[in-house]
Design a protein around this ligand. Structure first.
Ligand code: KG4
Ligand code: ZN
Length: 359
């Protein structure tokens, strides 16, 4: 066990993170020495089988986590050059996500912690995404505006400090990644659709297929319910009409992909700009799989530059689901003395911890 400073916080914390909320089996060791955070290992095993079905099949995901988790954890420990005896805690994603998939990680974490006499720290998956950029970018620290855009969630947050979150806006229907995946399907592209759409959109003419910017109007004012919220189902229907109207879909595909991506990006960028401006933030942190999108990051940097704000986007490996972000968030909660009981369960839905009223 670690030495403890007079403040009560251990001088060193070495945490194994486990992530099994969707279709990635991941384990990672992250260490804190005083204020310095080091990612000692990160193993991510992506379940490619779901591509055949055009979406994640929950029962298959759970079974694959069961098969993969032990070797993935062994590998993460070996890559870090550690044994379980060197750990101070096991941090695990307990919500939100596919409940059967989450339960594999939670059950494993509890069993491992019990065997080795370690505490378990329960981590909310979306809080993990908030911590991801800070693993490779020391400036990605609060206060900041955060835009989390994944396959299941789209959240716009103001973050005055770690553990304090103001939920400003969210999607009213489809998540940003879900919109990419559904539009990809309409265009006959593979699942997951984000990357193929981004690639195709590069050769598209931005003026040929223009879609209305969803839930974005100049007359919206702070305090209006739709000032920060987003909605992508109408945009998806717009794409469907464009697909049906195309005389030669193969010739039109790239233009539709470009028009869709531009509309979605402009909405996300403007809503993030509004949040940064309203709260006087000079940093914007991005997270979730859609943060891999280079056009989004570039547009965000261009627009937020108006406010003198910097944009912090994680590398693709840390933007998508991974256990390093779970271990990092776990260290934060461990330092605060938070421990889960051994009756910890998994939850498909759960509000972000630390939510405070929006000022
Ligand atoms: O965060 P993530 O790995 O898993 C969830 O927690 O959902 O996000 C997956 C989502 C998918 O919808 C995928 O299409 C999207 O991220 N995505 C992208 C890109 N790469 C992945 N979306 C847009 N552009 C990309 N380059
Ligand atoms: Zn995620």
């Amino acid at each position: 066990m670690s030495d403890t400073e007079s403040s009560g916080i251990a001088t060193r914390a070495c945490v194994l993170g486990i992530e099994t909320s969707c279709d990635e089996t991941s384990a990672s060791v992250v260490e804190r020495e005083a204020d310095r955070i080091t990612q000692r290992s990160l193993v991510i095993l992506s379940q490619d089988v779901h591509r055949i079905f055009g979406g994640v099949v929950p029962e298959i995901a759970s079974r694959q986590h069961l098969t993969a988790l032990v070797p993935v954890v062994d590998r993460a420990l070996a890559d870090a050059g550690l044994t379980p005896n060197d750990l101070d805690a096991v941090a695990v994603t307990y919500a939100p996500g596919l409940v059967g998939a989450l339960l594999v990680g939670v059950s494993f974490a509890k069993a491992m912690a019990f065997t080795h006499g370690l505490p378990v720290v329960a981590v909310h998956h979306m809080e993990g995404h908030l911590f991801a950029p800070s693993l490779e970018d020391a400036a990605a620290e609060p206060p900041f505006t955060a835009l989390l855009v994944s396959g299941g969630h789209t959240l716009l947050l103001d973050v005055p400090a770690w553990g304090r979150y103001r939920l400003l806006g969210a999607t009213r229907d489809d998540a940003a990644g879900e919109a990419f995946d559904k539009v990809a399907k309409l265009l006959g592209l593979p699942y997951p659709g984000g990357r193929p759409i981004e690639q195709l959109a590069r050769s598209g003419d931005p003026t040929r297929q223009r879609f209305a910017r969803p839930m974005l109007r100049r007359d919206q004012r702070p305090g209006d319910a739709d000032y920060y919220d987003v909605s992508f189902s109408g945009l998806k229907t717009g794409v469907l009409h464009a697909v049906r109207a195309a005389a030669d879909l193969d010739a039109e595909k790239a233009h539709i992909a470009r028009g869709f991506q531009d509309a979605l990006i402009e909405t996300l960028v403007e809503k993030s700009w509004r949040a940064a401006q309203a709260y006087g933030r000079t940093r914007v942190v991005l997270g979730g799989g859609v943060a891999c999108n280079g056009a989004l990051v570039e547009a965000m940097r261009r627009r937020l530059g108006d406010l003198g704000a910097t944009v912090h986007a994680p590398s693709p490996r840390l933007a998508t689901d991974n256990a390093a972000m779970i271990a990092r968030a776990g260290i934060f909660h461990l330092d605060r003395g938070e421990r889960a009981e051994l009756d910890l369960s998994a939850f498909a839905a759960m509000p972000l911890p630390g939510l405070e009223p929006v000022a």
